[in-house]
Every structure is written in C-alpha cells, then in structure tokens.
Write a protein that binds this ligand. Structure first.
Ligand code: CO
Length: 208
C-alpha cells in the first residue's frame, strides 16, 4: 500500500464531510458525548464504527487482541472507568467475532512467547466452560462457542468493576455481549442473561 494514498483519502474525506456540513469538524472539536463504549478485537477485518453504521463522536472505542477485559490490564480498565464514570455512556458492548485468530490460538498447544499470558485469559474461559465445550464434537462449532463464551466472560469482567457497579446504582446503563459473523457481516446479540449470571456470582464480586 502506498502510504501517500491515505493522505489523499483523508483530503477527499474532509471535502466530503464539509460538503454535507460546513461545521462538521468545528462541531467535533467542541467535545464528545458518545452513548456507547465498544470493546472489540484489533482484527483488521472487524471495524467498529463502520459495521455499526456510526459516525465519529458516537462511540468510544477500545480494541485489543480477542476483545479481552483482563482484570489487571490498566489500558482497558482505564477506558471503562473513563467511559462509564466521566463520559457516562449508556451502553457497554463487548463485541467478539467468529474466525478470531486470538481465540483460535488459545485453543492450540503452542508457545507464542509474549502472547502467552494474554491468550491464557482465553484458556481460562475454556477451563470455566470445559464440560460444555468438550461436549461439542465439531471443531468449528466448538471454536464459535468459545468465541461466544469469551464475550460472555469479558462482560462478566466488566460487571466486576467498581465503576459499573456504581453506575448501576445511580442510572440506566446496560452491558451487551455481541458477536460479529465475519462470513455474513451480521451483528448478533448474544442476549446474555446477566441477571442469572449475576445471581450466581455477585455475592463474590460485590464491592459495596
Ligand atoms: Co479477533
């Protein structure tokens, strides 16, 4: 790819945006008020704004390998804290995707060096749901299921944070678990029953 093309694209984009609204960038510069925090995978095929049909300013985005929310990762924890406590987003989304290389790597016995501790979080998800996953004989279906269960467990990690627990008490805020089907382009709501999950675990994770 010719990097120069990116700057040409940028110039065309500016002209297009100003053609629709002369104050487009002036308005953007005045501040952000997004209603959604989106946590997704860094995979180049999985966009954030584009697949949701949203514009700059509408979604606060965090992406990492396999859309993880590790409890000690200062990066994702800072993003959640800022989005929930300061931007006061109304929705927090964890969006996984089928054919996720990170999830695939965690299903294999291979030393991946620096990636090992990161992917171990996904191995932990497998261990938590081992009986359900081992009962699936088709490898592809098992892989898809792990993608979904990983989304669910990362949502649970969000529910463990003080920021979300405090926000739940003070206002309307919803956590969503989604999967993007890379083969059809379709965004799927996993409709995770957090009430049921929380009933089982909140006794342990309640912070106040
Ligand atoms: Co991925």
């Amino acid at each position: 790819m010719d990097i120069k093309k990116i700057f040409d694209n940028n110039q065309k984009w500016i002209v297009k945006k100003l053609g629709i609204n002369q104050n487009y960038f002036k308005n953007l510069s005045e501040g952000q008020n997004p209603e959604i925090l989106y946590i997704g995978c860094s995979d180049s095929r999985v966009s954030a704004e584009e697949l949701m049909g949203l514009e700059p300013g509408e979604v606060f985005v965090h992406r990492n390998i396999a859309n993880m929310v590790p409890n000690t990762d200062l990066n994702v924890m800072s993003v959640i804290n800022y989005a929930v406590t300061h931007l006061k987003v109304k929705h927090v989304v964890v969006c996984g995707h089928y054919n996720c290389g990170g999830v695939k790597a965690a299903m294999q016995s291979e030393d991946l060096g620096l990636l090992n501790p990161w992917l171990r979080n996904i191995r932990d998800v497998y261990r938590l749901h081992k009986s359900e996953l081992d009962a699936i004989s088709c490898e592809d279906n098992k892989y898809n299921k792990l993608v979904e269960l990983n989304v669910q467990e990362q949502c649970v990690n969000i529910l463990k944070t003080a920021a979300i627990q405090k926000a739940f008490k003070e206002r309307e805020i919803t956590v969503h678990g989604w999967v993007w089907d890379i083969q059809s382009g379709k965004l799927i709501d996993l409709k995770i029953d957090f009430d049921k999950i929380l009933k089982d675990i909140m006794e342990i994770y309640h912070l106040s």
